[in-house]
Design a protein around this ligand. Structure first.
Ligand code: NAD
Length: 285
């Protein structure tokens, strides 16, 4: 079925959606990318163009394949345009109610065979599926940031996800050039369940004055052989995204150890959302 996924819909043209749309287009699909914000669509168009050019100039992508991919992308704010999609991958705000509302609307618009996938970092796929009449065709397809570069896709099976849906989604991820791991549907899945408490702990270390932000990051980067420290990584992910994932872990796993660090909460309250806003733990302006 993956090979027949000719039309891919992507909803949310932010950091993740733009990258996922790019992967889909490069893999040969016709892609509709939707955002309610026209400015986000414009930015996505520019960032996809720049990213494809970078791959081409590094010799990692054939120029014609890149140009064809760019030509296969269509931008819209009208959900009806996704009618022909074989799979829709949602990458909107990390909010369960908003995602459920979107899935309920999509369920009525897309064809009966279409798969509805969510790039959620932590929200229950089983619960998202309940907002549709096709729970066996709802699945988690969790890309890492930035999607065109990171090798992993975590696939999450909801309680009712069918084998057919799982196999088709896995095949599509592999067509995108990714390596798949499969997680059961518990808060945070595999990667964020382990990553986010580490980032939260780095905020606690900063909050309680254990060390400077630079030393916390250098300690973890050089001491545990990670490409960047946890505070810098949080800035790249978005502090708002980190905060919502911690809240989901706390609610879903019911343990106080997942409570978000007050400093993380305060930075988000102050609008210090990370690199995308020019300021987070570090200043990028
Ligand atoms: P983002 O803020 O960069 O982009 C979200 C986009 O969705 C925005 O452009 C916004 O206008 C749009 N949007 C919001 N509600 C919408 C709606 N109802 N209809 C249409 N468009 C809507 O966010 P992001 O970092 O790309 O994250 C998107 C999703 O991907 C979240 O679920 C997040 O948890 C997940 N995710 C994020 C990362 C990361 O590192 N940032 C990694 C993996 C997964």
């Amino acid at each position: 079925m993956g090979a027949e996924m000719k039309v891919v819909g992507v909803i949310g043209a932010g950091q993740m959606g733009a990258g996922i749309a790019q992967l889909a287009a490069v893999s040969g699909a016709d892609v509709w990318i939707l955002d309610k914000d026209v400015g986000a669509l414009k930015n996505a168009k520019m960032s996809i163009y720049d990213s494809v050019q970078r791959f081409v100039s590094k010799g990692q992508l054939d120029k014609e394949v890149g140009n064809n991919a760019i030509a296969r992308l269509q931008y819209t704010s009208n959900l009806e345009d996704l009618r022909s999609a074989d799979i829709v991958i949602e990458a909107i705000v990390e909010n369960e109610d908003v995602k459920k509302k979107l899935f309920a609307e999509l369920d009525k618009i897309v064809k009966g065979s279409a798969i509805l996938a969510s790039n959620t970092s932590s929200i229950s796929i089983t619960r998202l599926a309940t907002s549709t009449n096709r729970p066996h065709q709802v699945i988690g397809m969790h890309f890492m940031n930035p999607p065109p570069i990171m090798k992993l896709v975590e696939i999450i099976r909801g309680a009712d996800t069918s084998d057919e849906t799982f196999n088709a989604t896995k095949k599509l991820a592999e067509r995108f050039g990714k390596i798949v791991v499969c997680s059961k549907d518990y808060s945070g899945f595999i990667v964020n369940r382990i990553l986010m408490p580490m980032i939260n702990e780095a905020f606690h270390a900063l909050y309680t004055g254990v060390a400077t932000k630079e030393d916390i990051d250098a300690g973890m980067k050089l001491g545990t052989n990670q490409p960047m420290g946890p505070l810098q990584l949080a800035d790249f992910i978005g502090l708002d995204v980190c905060l919502s994932i911690m809240k989901v872990l706390q609610a879903g796993l019911g343990d106080i150890k997942y409570a978000p660090c007050p400093l993380l909460v305060q930075y988000v309250d102050a609008g210090r959302l990370g690199k995308k806003r020019g300021i987070g733990v570090y200043n990028y302006r």
